[in-house]
Design a protein around this ligand. Sequence first.
Ligand code: GDP
Ligand code: ADP
Ligand code: 5GP
Length: 221
Amino acid sequence: MSSETSPAALTDVARRGLMLVLSSPSGAGKSTIARTLLAQVPGFELSVSVTTRARRGSEIEGVHYHFKSQREFEIMRDNDELLEWAEVHGNFYGTPRAPVEKALTEGRDMLFDIDWQGAEQLREKMRGDVVSIFILPPTMKELLGRLTRRAEDTPEIIQTRLRNARTEIEKWIDYDYVVINEQLDPAFSAVRSIVEAERLRRDRRPGLFDFVAGLLAEEPN
Ligand code: GDP
Ligand code: ADP
Ligand code: 5GP
């Protein structure tokens, strides 16, 4: 990665972080892509959602989600502690507000693995900060195959998620970018390219004003 997009360069100037939103139907691979991004691209922090869903065997409290009772969730929501929230596949999910505001003002980028309802709310509230990517599966058959091979959910839950996939896929049109996750490597490379380009956008680089002023003040002879 070039020095220009290294974490030091990102935080040196009074830069505001961007909000990268990944959405997809369940099983399309957004958590896998999110994990790879966090491991390989510096400068990202994951927004850890609160959820009323039961913890899967592989999940760790505070790492994958903050697992809450319905009552605890409602208290957070009513105290305006959630930047957005939605009911997805019969459970409640929400984005804690405080870590997002802290990361963005400190110039760090945030990654969100949230559904289309959450993406819609963030776009309304945070406008220019949001970059959204919709991840599509190559086929519906492969989507079912991935949900089954992941082996984390009961057959009933898998059927609910597959049923909901069609409504979710119809939201693809609202996203800035669309990536088809057939093979993981090219899908991840596409996401990485999007991040690199978005980080280079002029309006996210206030430090350029000083740089250009310095450039113009220079006398080459
Ligand atoms: P997955 O689809 O296999 O990743 O299953 P999950 O149970 O982890 O997520 C269920 C749904 O909730 C997905 O569509 C997520 O994108 C969505 N989701 C997760 N966290 C949030 C959040 O903080 N806010 C919103 N609005 N949706 C979320
Ligand atoms: P989501 O977060 O969208 O529900 P996951 O990231 O959990 O999806 O992926 C669902 C399953 O599919 C996981 O078992 C994951 O290892 C697998 N998977 C993800 N991407 C690919 C791919 N490109 N090819 C094959 N399997 C994949
Ligand atoms: P899972 O139960 O498989 O972890 O997630 C199911 C869906 O909920 C996924 O599409 C995931 O992106 C979404 N989700 C997870 N956390 C949040 C959240 O905080 N807000 C919203 N709106 N959706 C979420």
